[in-house]
Design a binder for this molecule. Structure first.
Ligand SMILES: Nc1nc2c(ncn2[C@@H]2O[C@H](COP(=O)(O)OP(=O)(O)OP(=O)(O)O)[C@@H](O)[C@H]2O)c(=O)[nH]1
Ligand SMILES: [Mg+2]
Length: 295
């Protein structure tokens, strides 16, 4: 945990999960004002899962509006230096972007076939965090990156197994379809073959529509699992640094995550840690005002 986090692991004053607030006596419920919540839980904690090279760090950089690599801390708050090997991450480590220190990210290459050890680590991590009695130590959301570059095999069996995993139930999971430009190229190739001489702008529009349809169907497939994702987003464009579509994806990811959080206290926390999304803050401020003045 970074030195400036304010909260200490195991701090018994940070009582309870807002996700399970309904089971708590009234005096232990999380505060419903943002100063109270932030004093108990200064960070919003997200686990990002995805194969090596899936685009995890890229999407986090867009969400946190950073061009720099994140800083990494071990569980004791000691700074660690990342390995240069792709996909090698310690899920317990905490990644923080200086541009948006309200988020703590945990990084995992997930459920790749054959990596039983990592699978167990992810399961244990989720289980332990779920059992934590402090809001600050709990996991608040999971972002699951699924690269669409391999169009013939969009999901590995191991990925699908994740969405049947007991214990994930309380934490909202958002599916992020990454590297969709590969899918768009393939779809446009098929369209060109079927409609020779199609106008390039029409081809592009129709291609994008088709990609959206394919991804919606893939999302529906995932939703058939016991703990399917609450929502999905997808990256657009191959220039991740300048494409507007990529920035749009990051913005939508934040919006759908806010919408998927069922606890009002956690939703307030999530909205409050946004440094870069004024629209979202305004939307939830108005919504909250409307709800409180309606009674
Ligand atoms: N074409 C394309 N490239 C992408 C996209 N997203 C990320 N990339 C590129 O894919 C490469 C890997 O991206 P990262 O964000 O580092 O992937 P990662 O999942 O963090 O990888 P590890 O940390 O090694 O597990 C980089 O070169 C990115 O620029 C995308 O949507 N389309
Ligand atoms: Mg990475």
């Amino acid at each position: 945990m970074p030195a400036d986090s304010g909260a200490q692991p195991g701090d018994s004053s940070l009582r309870s999960s807002a996700q399970t607030a309904a089971n708590l006596p009234p005096d232990e419920l999380p505060e419903d004002n943002i100063i109270g919540i932030r004093s108990k839980c200064p960070h919003f904690r997200i686990l990002i899962i995805g194969r090596a090279n899936a685009g995890k760090t890229t999407i986090l950089k867009r969400v946190c509006d950073s061009v720099k690599e994140p800083e990494i801390y071990d569980v004791n708050g000691k700074k660690v230096y990342p390995t240069t090997l792709r996909g090698e991450h310690n899920i317990e480590n905490q990644m923080i972007f200086k541009s948006n220190p309200g988020f703590i990210f945990h990084d995992s290459r997930g459920f790749e076939s054959g990596t039983v050890e990592e699978t167990e680590r992810v399961k244990n991590f989720i289980k332990t965090r779920a059992a934590s009695s402090t809001l600050a130590e709990q996991l608040h959301a999971i972002w699951y990156c699924l690269p669409m570059a391999d169009t013939t095999r969009p999901f590995l069996k191991a990925d699908e197994d994740f969405f049947d995993l007991e214990g994930v139930g309380n934490v909202p999971v958002i599916a992020i379809f990454t590297k969709c430009d590969g899918l768009l190229t393939e779809v446009c190739g098929n369209l060109m073959a079927d409609h020779q001489g199609m106008d390039p702008s029409e081809l592009n529009t129709k291609g994008k529509e088709k990609v959206e349809e394919v991804l919606t169907n893939r999302f529906k497939e995932l939703q058939k699992h016991h703990f399917g994702p609450a929502a999905h987003v997808y990256t657009q464009g191959d220039n991740v640094h300048s494409d507007e579509g990529y920035a749009e994806c990051a913005k939508k990811l934040v919006q759908v995550t806010a919408g998927a959080i069922t606890s009002e206290a956690l939703q307030l926390l999530f909205v409050s840690v946004q440094c870069n999304n004024l629209d979202l803050c305004t939307f939830y401020a108005i919504k909250r005002f409307a709800l409180t003045t309606a009674y």
